[in-house]
Structure formats: C-alpha cells, structure tokens
Design a protein. Structure first.
Length: 106
C-alpha cells in the first residue's frame, strides 16, 4: 500500500488560539494565543496551496483522563473552560484523519 491521498494533517492547537492576528489581547498568554492562531493559518494556507494535502485543526480545551474529569469539572465549569476526556479526544482526532474533515476547526 502506498501513502494515502490526500495527505491529511491535523494540527492540535488549543481552545484559546486566535486566527485573526489583528485581535488585541492582553495578559501573559496573549502572545501564545496569537502564535497558535498564526500556525493554524499557515497550516491551512499550505494545504490550500498544495494539491494532495488537506489540513484542519483541533482546538480542545483541557484534556484529562476520563477518570480524572470529575475532580476537574467544578473548576472548569466555574471558569468556562472546555474539557474533554483524553480517550474521546484521541478517538475524534483519529476519526478525522482516517475519514476526512467534516468541519474545521474540530
């Protein structure tokens, strides 16, 4: 078997990544949010410019093992942080790269 066509690349960014580089952010993590969004833009632009490539991004929040979620949920909900079980995140990411992108970002 040869390589899959198209080559599908999934970039794991983060829930707080900001693609609009003109957005003014404040705080200690603002540069990180913009940098992650910029990388998303670059990955998507590369795929758009190269036949045989598809790309997307996944923007999960906090990723924890399913057994650890109950202790984290009260704090996450209070702060509005999205959470996902590690097992569910991995399953969703594998599904996307195997079966194709239905929406972007994931």
């Amino acid at each position: 078997a040869g390589p899959a066509t198209p080559f599908q690349f999934l970039y794991m960014s983060g829930a707080t990544a900001v693609r609009d580089q003109s957005t003014k952010l404040e705080g200690p993590s603002s540069r990180s949010h913009l940098m992650r969004g910029d990388v998303e833009n670059l990955v998507l632009a590369f795929a758009a410019e190269h036949a045989g490539f598809k790309a997307g991004s996944v923007k999960p929040g906090l990723i924890k093992k399913r057994a650890e979620l109950p202790e984290l949920l009260p704090t996450a909900e209070k702060n509005g942080w999205p959470t996902i079980a590690l097992e569910d995140c991995c399953s969703a990411m594998l599904d996307v790269v195997i079966n194709g992108f239905e929406k972007e970002p994931l």
